[in-house]
Design a protein around this ligand. Structure first.
Ligand code: NAP
Length: 241
């Protein structure tokens, strides 16, 4: 199977939370910056996030006012608007909820370049949403009729966009989907030296109604780096034997 090498790159509290009050503690800000520096060190031209993360950080809950009348049916085939982008932001948005108004995400810090947006959809998406994506020049690929098959998705990222290395950057539900399908090659874990203590916030790998629980996945240590102020950057590779 031709697919990219997949690195799950995440920051967590000591108790494995990817969001929560610990991120509001003043010293946590430094680790957010380190997270971005490490992202750049991997030199990947593509990163992927789930719909919830994209909405929180990039579309800010914006809802599109789509006209559903007079839209001709659009075939459920992949649409490549830009196959030579310097960098790609891959948005996992099965039913087409993200309110994009531009076809790229502008660089938001010195470690990121502008990213051409690629939507990952199921065939349940509306014709009006597809028409909107085409109109503003966002690429899209289909990952299944009703449910996403990420093995198919990553093969398409390789064949259509020549993506050899993919940074999987949350949230927990998306990471859980990849873990479940055995698609994570490496885990880049930035351990923030704060315990959150909440029992109801999202962890590194989650399951849900659309996911079966994965069998436990084994990792072996590839590298360990001590960071300033007691943080750790831990790199694990998946043990496949
Ligand atoms: N600490 C870190 O390093 C880090 C990194 C990234 C994100 N985050 C945080 O993580 C939080 C969000 O995490 P999250 O786990 O709640 O959300 P998420 O993974 O960003 O998005 C989940 C959504 O993605 C879609 N999705 C994911 N897997 C799917 C699958 N197998 N099949 C179908 N749809 C799938 C679904 O969209 P629909 O609901 O539209 O069907 C699902 O509700 C945010 O607060 C963000 O700030 C933290």
């Amino acid at each position: 199977m031709e697919r990219p090498y997949i690195i799950c790159h995440m920051a967590t509290s000591l108790d494995g939370k990817i969001i929560g009050d610990y991120l509001k503690v003043e010293r946590a800000a430094v680790f957010t910056e380190v997270y971005e520096e490490i992202h750049e060190r991997y030199g990947s031209k593509a990163w992927m996030c789930g719909r919830v993360t994209m909405e929180e950080h990039f579309t800010f809950g914006h809802k599109l006012d789509l006209k559903h009348e007079d839209i001709l049916p659009i075939p459920r085939t992949d649409y490549v608007a830009n196959k030579n982008a310097e960098s790609y932001a891959i948005a996992v948005d099965p039913s087409g909820k993200l309110g994009w108004t531009e076809n790229s995400i502008e660089s938001w810090n010195e470690h990121r370049t502008d990213d051409h947006i690629v939507e990952v959809l199921t065939e349940q998406v509306s014709d009006a949403y597809l028409a909107h994506l085409r109109k503003i020049g966002i690429s899209y690929i289909f990952g299944g009729k009703e449910h996403l098959n990420f093995t198919v998705v990553v093969q398409k990222l390789k064949s259509l966009f020549s993506i050899d290395k993919l940074m999987l950057e949350g949230g927990g539900f998306l990471n859980g989907s990849f873990l479940n399908e055995g698609l994570i090659d490496e885990l880049s874990l930035l351990l923030v030296p704060i315990a959150d203590g909440a029992s109801n916030s999202v962890t590194l790998f989650e399951t849900s109604s659309f996911l079966n629980k994965a069998n436990p996945v084994n990792f072996s240590l590839k590298a360990l780096e001590k960071l300033d102020d007691s943080g750790l950057w831990i790199r694990y590779v998946t043990k496949r034997d």
